[in-house]
Write a new protein. Structure first.
Lengths: 335, 256
């Protein structure tokens, strides 16, 4: 499948593949058709994490790139290191980063960082103490870039229309085409909206072994109003639709942590969702169009049979749907 | 309205009305984000708020700089929590002494609009999305009036009167007032209120820049005006979104 190589100007005209997991059907639609695919009483849950300017130019002796992965607390960050070069090179073809050890220091723009720990299995995965405020990060960082994108992405290219706290290492991209015109139209149709914040991690680390460990544990925060809205929706037999796999992980991870009961508050989840996983909270998912080889595809199998998903993907490919972060969407939802 | 613990972002907070509004909210327990270009002045306001037991963070940025939009919005969300109150106080007059429109360079008009109109537009866009999401949070009914988020544009009588030499500024303020009206119409059901408030003539650096020979004794103390605006916001449940108010008469009306 071809990638959309830059954010497009008319999100409502982007394509939407509607996979009805109950009827076993696959239909072509447009993002602007979303309100007609929902029913009054359904609930849409979005991830309101804003995207960090998480790509930082670093130097020890030689230049390399630091990509912020997650914020632990205070000045402590988990990060992935990439060797010299830039985003025009695919991550897996980038040169290896310098081998750093705990205690090593690096220069980040006008600031400094100190290596606190190095992952035993993947030396490019490190914990850093970064001597910079969140404002400093905005001054020196750029959003993570993609080799298939035709030119530099600015921070405003990778924010959703409801982005709030900067927790996401990369854009929670399923929500990218959701304009306020569309969200308010859904609302007028009787679809409720709720949010949570989930610290989406990196999509690619340039190291196959580390990639296989993704997603690493990610933190989330679920407001009480969202828990209440979900309970109300379930009681009234509405459908809970997650916007993006990050929302699925946060909700299902939180429900598991609560022994099946969704509790409001902050937490972290290392939940990996795949075939055989039975979602307790979410009924459906709005997401990109994912290749059967991609890790997201495994998660989709918790929502629809593999055969149907493969058929949907083959259809999308044949019909010229576009993939990746700025690509078309799919809605996997039981009718 | 209960301000305690709520996120309030004030632009132009390093002096004048912006500083006094920040102090007013901080005194009432709000978590206040201070935005201005000058680090030193901003830190001074922050420290003095902290010394009085308030909570404030300094966000050094130029609201007229597009690159600063998400830096301001993201820093504010991270440092003070969800922003429920956004006050646009930062303003530029343009070249001094203020020229007639026929003598105003196009670039100077554009620059005033960038700071007074486009910048506040961008920042409002970045902050109102999450406000609407919270306002609509869950299912109906939406947040009660008293808890609604609010965006305030500090306006001017130059927005409604054609004063000679106030062209660039006046045009920018008239446009701001209209932004508030249209946003109010678009988001009538969405739990966010928009107001523009004309503070009156105040004894501030901006006023001195504009009219250096004004008699300060005829001008309002910005702390007094900040208290008036605070009173208006505390009683804003009865004010339709999109309204343009004059601080003195509106404050009298709400406290009557």
């Amino acid at each position: 499948m071809n990638a959309a190589t830059f954010p497009r100007d008319r999100p409502l005209e982007e394509r939407l593949l509607h996979v009805d997991s109950k009827a076993g059907t696959v239909r072509d639609a447009r993002v602007g058709d979303l309100p007609s695919l929902f029913r009054a009483g359904d609930l849409l849950v979005v991830n309101d994490a804003a995207t960090l300017p998480g790509s930082l130019a670093a130097r020890t002796g030689e230049p390399f790139e630091v990509r912020l992965l997650s914020h632990d607390a205070g000045t402590s960050w988990q990060a992935v290191l990439f060797g010299p070069g830039d985003w025009r090179t695919r991550t897996e073809e980038r040169l290896a980063p310098p081998r750093l050890r705990a205690g090593d220091r690096m220069v980040l723009g006008a600031h400094e960082a100190c290596v606190v720990a190095v992952d035993a299995r993947s030396p490019r995965l490190v914990t850093l103490r970064i001597d910079a405020t969140v404002q400093d990060l905005y001054r020196m960082g750029k959003p993570v870039q993609y080799a298939y994108v035709e030119r530099d992405l600015a921070l405003w290219h990778v924010q959703t229309a409801y982005a709030s706290r900067p927790w996401a290492a990369e854009m929670p991209s399923a929500g990218r085409p959701l304009t306020w015109g569309l969200l308010l139209a859904l609302r007028r149709r009787g679809v409720a909206l709720a949010s949570l914040t989930h610290a989406a991690g990196l999509s690619s680390t340039g190291d196959a072994e580390l990639d296989a460990r993704l997603p690493l544990p990610e933190r989330y925060e679920i407001p009480l109003e969202t828990v209440r809205a979900i309970a109300r929706t379930k009681q009234e037999r509405g459908r809970i639709v997650a916007v993006g796999t990050t929302v699925v992980r946060a909700l299902e991870g939180a429900a598991l942590a609560g022994d099946g009961v969704l509790v409001a508050g902050a937490g972290a989840t290392n939940l990996r969702i795949g075939p055989g996983f039975r979602p307790r909270v979410t009924d459906g998912l709005l997401t990109g169009v994912h290749d059967p080889a991609a890790s997201h595809f495994a998660l989709l199998q918790a929502f629809a049979p593999q055969v149907l998903l493969e058929r949907a993907y083959a259809h999308a490919e044949q019909e010229g749907y576009l993939g990746h972060e700025f690509g078309d969407s799919s809605l996997i939802l039981p009718g | 309205m209960e301000w305690s613990g709520r996120g309030v972002l004030v632009t132009g907070a390093s002096r004048g009305l912006g500083e006094q509004l920040a102090r007013w909210f901080a005194k009432r327990g709000a978590r206040v984000g201070l935005v201005a270009r000058g680090r030193e002045e901003l830190e001074r306001v922050k420290d003095s708020i902290a010394a009085e037991g308030g909570t404030a963070v300094a966000i050094v940025a130029d609201v007229g700089d597009k690159e600063a939009t998400y830096a301001i919005a993201g820093s504010a969300a991270e440092l003070i929590g969800p922003v429920d109150v956004l006050v646009h106080c930062a303003s530029a007059l343009g070249p001094l002494p203020m020229p007639l429109l026929l003598d105003t360079a196009c670039e100077d008009l554009a620059s005033v609009l960038e700071t007074n109109l486009i910048g506040p537009f961008r920042l409002t866009k970045a902050l109102v999305g999450p406000m609407v999401l919270r306002g609509l949070g869950g299912a109906p009914p939406a947040a009660s009036d008293a808890q609604r988020s609010v965006v305030v544009f500090i306006s001017s009588d130059a927005a409604v009167n054609g004063y000679p030499a106030w062209g660039a500024y006046g045009v920018s303020k008239a446009a701001q007032d209209h932004l508030a009206r249209v946003w109010a119409a678009e988001l009538a059901e969405a739990g966010v209120q928009f107001l523009s408030i004309d503070p009156g003539d105040m004894n501030t650096k901006m006023h001195a820049d504009a009219i250096p020979d004004a008699d300060p004794s005829t001008l309002l103390d910005p702390a007094v005006v900040a208290a008036r605006i605070g009173a208006i916001l505390e009683h804003r449940a009865g004010i339709p979104s999109g309204t343009r108010l004059e601080a003195s008469s509106a404050a009298k009306a709400v406290s009557a």
